[in-house]
Design a protein around this ligand. Structure first.
Ligand SMILES: *[C@@H]1O[C@H](CO)[C@@H](O)[C@H](O)[C@H]1NC(C)=O
Ligand SMILES: *[C@@H]1O[C@H](CO)[C@@H](O)[C@H](O)[C@H]1NC(C)=O
Ligand SMILES: *[C@@H]1O[C@H](CO)[C@@H](O)[C@H](O)[C@H]1NC(C)=O
Ligand SMILES: *[C@@H]1O[C@H](CO)[C@@H](O)[C@H](O)[C@H]1NC(C)=O
Ligand SMILES: *[C@@H]1O[C@H](CO)[C@@H](O)[C@H](O)[C@H]1NC(C)=O
Ligand SMILES: *[C@@H]1O[C@H](CO)[C@@H](O)[C@H](O)[C@H]1NC(C)=O
Ligand SMILES: *[C@@H]1O[C@H](CO)[C@@H](O)[C@H](O)[C@H]1NC(C)=O
Ligand SMILES: *[C@@H]1O[C@H](CO)[C@@H](O)[C@H](O)[C@H]1NC(C)=O
Length: 371
């Protein structure tokens, strides 16, 4: 009893702090790490797909109404009305926003930019190389993202090793693999053995982390997929399939999110035993999402409908100039059919930064950065 009440109060405090963090400027003074290297999908992409030939428009966010609440009011490629998770994390660590998209950098600027970080993430990508290809045409898979990182590290020579070891590697990936599998692509999942499928994702994750470690990285912040069945497009899918859970979300997809987290956690526990000096922090986004959807606390009033695209069922229509925009963005958990609003993504960001052990294990990144 006492502990669940404590949990709720702590989360209320968390949301309140997230609001403050949003309104305030980035933390003053020296950043807590020299650089941040960001990998993953549209939860953290800041425009890499804008520069990717063959990437379909659905997998880009470089047109209005994306970016309406970004400082410039312009679309940037962020899948948000304003900042996304990578921006919030960067701000908590003392940077103005996420480091820039690798794709946006001139060749001669890449090594200089490495000193304070680069964002390699690509909307639509997943842990598997094949993920995103059907929907997006082309994406930068996790393998591509790591190739880009390791080739810059190699170009930099030995100085990069020390830089990488003191910097934060921030990874948010896996949702797209779950979407595609839950959506039932027979080519991707001929056997429909959930355990085998999830084990395959975790094995890929493990090999990416090993590759980053070999390039010098030591501090890893990992975000497990949220309850992916609750985003508006998946609610719609669950409704069509008559497969809904207690939240009215796509049950199969949420089940996969819940199963994946403990598997990634135990992979990290095991991996860190063998890799000297590796430290990590993992956010249990499924549990954090549970506390939002079960209304233990209700930071946002509207949890089932996208703000931009309100005309489709659950607001799952395309978020473009012709979309209906909700009156108060901060009241909405979702910005479009897949992605959280700027306000909503500040909630996990604050947990990742400062959570005392409810949703982030074994340490938050405030502690990780200071190691
Ligand atoms: C399933 O995925 C494969 C590989 O990406 C793709 O070629 C195929 O078109 C997809 N099928 C459906 C029904 O989405
Ligand atoms: C680079 O650093 C590694 C590990 O510290 C060391 O083994 C290697 O000899 C160094 N290479 C050069 C060219 O200094
Ligand atoms: C599913 O995969 C797991 C892990 O590979 C395996 O142990 C299990 O036997 C498989 N289940 C079925 C029904 O094939
Ligand atoms: C939906 O599923 C429920 C419970 O599994 C079942 O009772 C109901 O008949 C189904 N409805 C349709 C339209 O299939
Ligand atoms: C979700 O998992 C629970 C147990 O883990 C199971 O009882 C339930 O049927 C699953 N639901 C779906 C939609 O797969
Ligand atoms: C950091 O990782 C080392 C092993 O790599 C471990 O012994 C140490 O406890 C970790 N530190 C924290 C604060 O978790
Ligand atoms: C809501 O979810 C949180 C996080 O998983 C959990 O601790 C809490 O017990 C849940 N509350 C209810 C009423 O289900
Ligand atoms: C991070 O976690 C530690 C305990 O692991 C806690 O003492 C601290 O208050 C948390 N937040 C910050 C901002 O350090």
């Amino acid at each position: 009893m006492g502990s669940s009440h404590g949990g709720a109060s702590a989360l209320v405090a968390l949301c309140f702090l997230a609001e403050l963090a949003l309104r305030g400027a980035g933390a003053a003074g020296e950043p807590l790490v020299p650089a941040i290297f960001v990998f993953g999908d549209s939860t953290v992409d800041v425009g890499n797909n804008n520069f990717l030939p063959g990437c379909k428009a659905d997998c880009r966010a470089n047109y209005p109404l994306y970016g309406v609440d970004y400082p410039s009011g312009e679309p940037t490629g962020r899948f948000s009305n304003g900042y996304n998770l990578a921006d919030h994390i960067a701000r908590f660590l003392g940077f103005p926003e996420s480091p820039p998209a690798y794709g946006s950098l001139p060749l001669e600027g890449i090594i200089g930019q490495m000193m304070s970080g680069i964002n390699f993430a690509s909307g639509g990508s997943g842990l598997q190389d094949v993920t995103g290809k059907a929907l997006c045409g082309r994406v930068h898979s996790m393998s591509d993202q790591l190739d880009r990182f390791t080739s810059v590290v190699q170009m930099m020579g030995n100085g990069s090793y020390d830089l990488a070891s003191r910097s934060l590697v921030f990874i948010s990936v896996g949702s797209n693999d779950l979407f595609e599998y839950a959506g039932g692509n027979a080519t991707l999942a001929p056997t429909r053995n959930d355990t085998a499928f999830l084990q395959g994702l975790v094995a890929s994750y493990r090999s990416y982390l090993q590759e980053l470690y070999a390039a010098g990285a030591r501090k890893f912040s990992i975000v497990s997929p949220s309850l992916v069945g609750c985003c508006p497009t998946q609610r719609f899918a669950g409704w069509l399939k008559n497969d809904t859970d207690g939240y009215g979300c796509f049950g199969t997809a949420n089940n996969l999110s819940r199963q994946l987290y403990p598997m990634v956690l135990s992979m990290l526990e095991d991996l860190s035993l063998g890799l000297d000096g590796m430290n990590y922090s993992i956010c249990d986004s499924a549990a954090l999402a549970d506390s939002v959807f079960n209304r233990t606390v209700s930071p946002m009033a509207v949890l089932d409908t996208g703000c931009c695209g309100g005309s489709g069922r659950f607001g799952s229509a395309k978020c473009d100039k012709s979309a209906t925009l909700c009156p108060n963005r901060a009241d909405y958990l979702f910005w479009d059919g897949f992605h959280p609003t700027e306000t909503a993504s500040a909630v996990p960001a604050l947990a990742i930064f400062a959570d005392p052990g409810m949703f982030v294990h074994p340490i938050n990144i405030s502690t990780l950065a200071a190691l």
